[in-house]
Design a protein. Structure first.
Length: 114
């Protein structure tokens, strides 16, 4: 397993554009892969990602204060990076230890899938 800390995918706007809000209303019936992520995604300052065979298998979103605020996969959310075709080599960031990743994973408790 490999573990990485990255700031990719953290440049979200606080307020959604009008056209995006209209489209969301029109397609309310389409299931979402990450319904629990939406309200907190713009708060993610960095990601901790676990890779197996160069593919992301678990992820943790960290806020500006360094606290974990979301993780995937969970019972309701598939995951932000897990839902991409990206591999380890497509990411930029800093390697972290398994212990550092697991410590943050455990902070979120038992609502995440191990």
């Amino acid at each position: 397993m490999r573990y990485l800390r990255t700031t990719l995918g953290t440049e979200w706007e606080k307020e959604k554009e009008f056209s995006v809000r209209v489209l969301e209303k029109l397609f309310w019936f389409v299931p979402k892969a990450n319904p629990g992520y939406e309200q907190n995604l713009h708060l993610v300052n960095e990601w901790l990602i676990e890779f197996d065979n160069d593919l992301p298998i678990r992820e943790i979103g960290i806020d500006q204060s360094g606290s974990p605020i979301l993780a995937g996969s969970s019972e309701s959310d598939y995951g932000f990076w897990l839902d991409t075709n990206m591999k380890y080599q497509d990411f930029t960031g800093v390697s972290i230890s398994e212990d550092e990743f697991e410590k943050m994973w455990k902070v979120l408790g038992n609502n995440v899938v191990s």
